[in-house]
Design a protein. Structure first.
Length: 310
């Protein structure tokens, strides 16, 4: 696929307590990994900031207003949830992450690229309509989905979440909008405790495939092949969005899966194949979790390499 990168340098300005796992080194590692010579030919540009209107397609105005009006002083950190914080650089980082999501949609819809990968920070898929949680301030993949549906007039958009944690915030959006198909493969039990197989959405457009700790690559691939890919093909999306979390890696401290880099590469290839079938090769992927920096860098490389080879 003709791929491009949308970078988010404001992500470096999102500061958290010193012992927090969602640390700035994550983004530093990813950007260093994407600086490898094999990716030199990929177009890369700094993403724009999301508008408040774009964010409020996903989040309640009161919540968005509270984030905009927080204004922490330099060096100050304000908790909005027990594990989610705002520093003086957090609003800009969250807006650029959401802006990368929306701009990625614009670019693939315009035919400039087939695939866009946005290495952004903070992650977004846990942020619910009226609250941030799980390190997430704004739900960037949700902003992408709503931008495609309401901004570009698409009828069918799919979000596939491969993070080891369930994307509860994105599921909230799908439950309220039958134009959006959401599928997640995640560890259970694990934070945030949602994502049971019985959670199918009011419109039957939610597919959860929880798996136990210890799940390794072949079982993970088999479950995607048996359940998620057929459902995705049946939905026939006009755009495929991917919450690309790499915390299912065997070396990650926050998950219990046994995935390796080649498993994420396989997933990228499988999702790109569906994008080619129904979506005119339109695919946008956003970085979500991944908390062992070495594994995160290698997994990002493998995922992007597979997209460019698809």
């Amino acid at each position: 696929m003709r791929a491009a990168l949308l970078t988010s340098p404001k992500g470096f300005q999102h500061r958290l307590p010193a012992d927090h796992v969602e640390r700035v080194e994550r983004l530093e590692t990813v950007m260093a990994a994407l600086g490898a010579s094999e990716f030199n030919a990929l177009p890369r540009e700094e993403a724009r900031l999301a508008t408040r209107e774009e964010v409020e397609r996903v989040h309640a105005g009161d919540y968005v207003g509270a984030v905009f009006e927080a204004h922490p002083d330099a060096g100050e950190m304000i908790p909005i949830d027990w594990d989610t914080w705002l520093s003086d650089g957090s609003l800009g980082a969250a807006l650029q992450a959401a802006g990368a999501a929306a701009e990625g949609v614009d670019r693939v819809m315009a035919g400039e690229h087939e695939a866009v990968f946005a290495p952004t920070r903070p992650p977004g898929h846990h942020a619910e309509p009226a609250r941030g949680m799980g390190f997430c301030i704004f739900n960037s993949i949700g902003v992408a989905a709503k931008h495609a549906l309401d901004g570009h007039g698409l009828d069918r958009v799919a979000v596939i979440d491969i993070d080891v944690h369930h994307g509860n915030g994105t599921q909230c959006l799908a439950e309220a909008d039958e134009r959006l198909f959401f599928a997640s493969i995640h560890q259970s039990p694990l934070y945030p405790g949602t994502g049971g197989a019985n959670e199918t959405g009011l419109n039957g457009n939610v597919l959860n495939t929880p798996m136990p700790a210890g799940t390794a690559g072949q079982a993970w691939r088999d479950r995607i092949s048996a359940e998620i890919l057929p459902a995705l093909e049946a939905f026939s999306p006009q755009l495929v969005l991917v919450s690309a979390g790499f915390d299912g890696h065997a070396e990650d401290p926050l998950g219990g899966f046994g995935l390796l880099e080649e498993d994420f590469a396989w997933a990228a290839g499988a999702l790109a194949a569906q994008a080619k079938k129904s979506a005119d090769s339109r695919l946008v992927s956003l970085l979500e979790g991944g908390y062992d920096c070495g594994a995160l860098g290698r997994s990002t490389q493998a995922f992007l390499r597979a997209l460019t080879d698809a």
